[in-house]
Each structure stands twice: as C-alpha cells, then as structure tokens.
Design a binder for this molecule. Structure first.
Ligand code: NAD
Ligand code: MG
Length: 392
C-alpha cells in the first residue's frame, strides 16, 4: 500500500536525506507536497522526479521562477508563508517537518490536524511551543515522532518501558567545532570555522548552533517538552565520537544507550518506518576498530548556552519562544558579521535578563498568539542588544 507524504523543508539537509530514503523505495510513497526556500532548482527537480502534486517556496518573489522551472511537469507551484500553511492543510499519512527555525511551527501544527504522523526534525517547534504542539497532537489523535537524533535515540530506548521508571535522560553532545580550542581563542572564531562540524554534515545554522552548543540547549528543552521529564532529570555529556546519541537511565540503575553511525537517515528512517524497523543504508559500526568511546562533563564556561537552557527549562511558559527567537536573531547577527561568536550567548542572556521582569508576557498559557508575541519581543530586544554591542 502506498503512503501519502509531504516534506516541509525538502531542500535542506534533513529534507534531502528524507528524499534519499523515499527514492530508494519509490513505489511505496505518493508525494503530495515539497517545500523549500531560495534553491528553486533543487525544489523543482525533486518535485518533478518524485511526481509531487505541489511545490512551495517560502519566498513570494520566487513564484515566477518556480512556475517556470515546473512548467509542463504538471506539478502545481505556490509561494509565500500563506501558501506554505495551506500546503500543510492537505491531508497526508506522514509529514516531515524539516524547516529550520521558528517558521516550522505553524505548518507542523496544521499537519497535526490530519490526525496522522508528524516526523519532527524542527526542534524549534517544541522549544517555542511545546505545550501547544503536544496539546494539538492529542486533540487530533496525531502522533509526533522525534527526528532529532538524540530524541529518536531516547524514544527508541523507551520502547516497552514505563516513563515512570526513568531516572534520568542523558543527551550527548559532540562538543562542536571548538570543543578543543583554548577558551581565550573562542572570541576570534570566524563564521567559516563555526560552519564546519567535526562529525555531522548538517545545515549551516544548526552547525553553528553546535559549535556554540545552542543546539544542545534547544535539545535539552526539547527533551523536557517531548518526554515530559523534569529538568533535574535531564543531563548533557560531551561525547566527541558522536556514536552514542543518548542514554536513558532507569530506576534500577541500568542505562539503555542508542549507538549508531552519525547519519541522520537513522532517525529519519526510524520515523518513516515506525513501528517497524527496516533496513537502512547507514554504516554498520565496527566497534573493535573504533576501540573506545569517551565522555566528559560539559564545561559551562565554554558553553554558556547550556546554563541559559537550564533557566528556560525551569521557567517554562513562553521562555522557550523568547530564548529561541533571541538565539535566531543573534545567529543572524553572527552570520551577518554584526557580532562575534561569543556575542551570541551574551545577546541571548541580555534578552532573558531583560524579560525576567516581564512576567506578564512570559508566564501563563502557551497559545500561538502569545508565542508569536514573545518571539517578536525577544527579536526586538536581541536587535537592541546587538546595536548596543556594536556601539561599544
Ligand atoms: P537546512 O538549513 O539545511 O534546511 C532548512 C530547510 O528549511 C530548507 O528547505 C529551507 O528552504 C527551508 N526554510 C528555511 N527558512 C525557511 C522559512 N522561513 N520558511 C519556510 N522554509 C524555510 O536545515 P536542516 O539542517 O535540514 O535542519 C532542519 C531542521 O531539522 C532544523 O530545525 C534543525 O534544527 C533540525 N535538525 C537538523 C539536523 C541535521 O542533521 N541537519 C539534525 C537534527 C535536527
Ligand atoms: Mg540533535
């Protein structure tokens, strides 16, 4: 039986890995929607090749280009934010949420309304609006399957287990591009240096977030929101080999670890074939050749983002939305050369400090309007903090 699927963010790193798996078993899938951004050529080529019904770019100004690239193919073309949301309303069995950033939230929420399966790579959805996302899934009887490798690992370690028996969840971190740099050198890290990851091949934004550990900070919050575990039970461990993706510690003292090659097709494939385990085209580990796996405690002086994540997890409410938005704005600032590498955490910390007196905006129920308001406010505050830094 064929399954209908849509891929949001199909032109990105996760999207392309998803397409790779689908292409290997072409007959099993009926592709409804693919979406992308500026890479019209990629989007059109994949839509044509997979026989998608609709291709959407999030950029209004690229509609004519997309139409031209798809002319004569029978694939419908659309552009802009509203078109993206409408595309998510098309009912399918399985949706991949692989847009990067807060922009992934609304399409994901709309896809949940089909009451089917949302494979969630877009961690920002859980960070900014975890309560809303989980509530929406429940209201529609939809299932969310985590695609972040660590969360897929935890999810797999929990199969057949009772969440009540979980004592701790350990999310591993590679330590990113600068894990072995002397601390005093971090301030000079360039965009190019921050954009290359020692173990994983990912999109640029998440690669920089790995170097700063903002990615891990988001993942800690994601863990709390998705598995409903209290913050004091969620830990991070630096594991430079990136082979153990997460560990779940149970009340009898046992750890269940997920071990595998650093290849996102593991987590994507697990979510695609769930509840079955099917063959995947990933490397089989030769542990004898690897010899040893190493672990160390994260250095909070090196990774201030981890400290900030603790504050956000403890506060809950709209703090995740503000944290993510401030981080996104700070990351834009680093990419644009407005601030240095360490400036990103300083900006986010300033924003959180400033908002701590704003309890009205930050506490209470997580609704879409309030998430957007908190996101908007945090971006303004982050931009102000960047301007202050530049003036210094
Ligand atoms: P990427 O930058 O490679 O691709 C992002 C995709 O989103 C592209 O298709 C792009 O066109 C689209 N996009 C960007 N901005 C958009 C906007 N404003 N509106 C609509 N579409 C937009 O990113 P990625 O590395 O594939 O990451 C995607 C998501 O998966 C992120 O949330 C990331 O944190 C998460 N994730 C990625 C990896 C990985 O290995 N790459 C691992 C775990 C989790
Ligand atoms: Mg991850």
């Amino acid at each position: 039986m064929t399954r209908t699927v849509s891929i949001f963010g199909s032109t990105g790193s996760i999207g392309q890995n998803t397409i790779d798996l689908i292409r290997r078993d072409r007959e099993a899938y009926d592709v409804e929607v693919l979406t992308g951004g500026r890479n019209i050529e990629r989007l059109a080529a994949d839509a044509r090749d997979l026989g998608a019904r609709l291709a959407v770019t999030c950029h209004d100004d690229l509609l004519d280009d997309l139409k031209a690239a798809l002319s004569g193919t029978g694939v419908e073309a659309a552009a802009g934010e509203a078109a993206l949301v409408e595309a998510a309303d098309r009912p399918v069995d399985w949706t991949m949420s692989a847009i990067v950033g807060a922009a992934g939230l609304v399409p994901g929420l709309r896809a949940l309304a089909h009451g089917k399966t949302l494979a969630l790579a877009n961690k920002e959805s859980l960070v900014t609006a975890g309560a809303l996302l989980m509530r929406t899934a429940e209201a529609h009887g939809a299932r969310i399957l985590p695609v972040d490798s660590e969360h897929s690992a935890v999810f797999q370690a929990l199969v057949g287990e009772d969440i009540e028996a979980v004592e701790r969840i350990v999310i591993t971190a590679s330590g990113g591009a600068f894990r072995d740099w002397p601390l005093e050198k971090l301030a000079t890290a360039t965009l190019e240096q921050a954009s290359s990851h020692p173990n994983w091949d990912m999109g640029q934004r998440i690669t920089i977030d790995s170097a700063s550990m903002f990615n891990k900070a988001l993942e800690l919050i994601e863990t709390k929101e998705f598995f409903g575990v209290s913050p004091d039970r969620i830990e991070t461990l630096v594991h430079p080999e990136s082979l153990v993706h997460a560990l779940v510690g149970f009340r009898d003292g046992a750890f269940m670890a997920h071990v595998g090659a650093p290849d996102m097709r593991h987590a994507i494939g697990y979510a695609l074939h769930w509840p079955e385990r099917r063959e995947l085209p990933v490397e089989r580990l030769d542990l004898a050749a690897i010899g040893q796996l190493t672990f160390r405690a994260p250095d909070l002086a090196r990774y201030p983002a981890l400290r900030l994540a603790r504050i956000v997890m403890e506060q809950g409410g709209l703090w995740g939305a503000a944290f993510n938005a401030a981080k996104e704005r700070a990351l834009d600032g680093f990419i644009a050369g407005e601030i240095g590498f360490l400036g990103m955490a300083e900006v986010v910390e300033e924003v959180l400090d400033g908002l701590s007196s704003d309890t009205g905006a930050m506490n209470g129920e997580v609704t879409l309007d309030r998430v957007h308001a908190a996101d908007h406010l945090a971006r303004i505050r982050a931009a102000e903090a960047i301007t202050r830094k530049q003036a210094r």
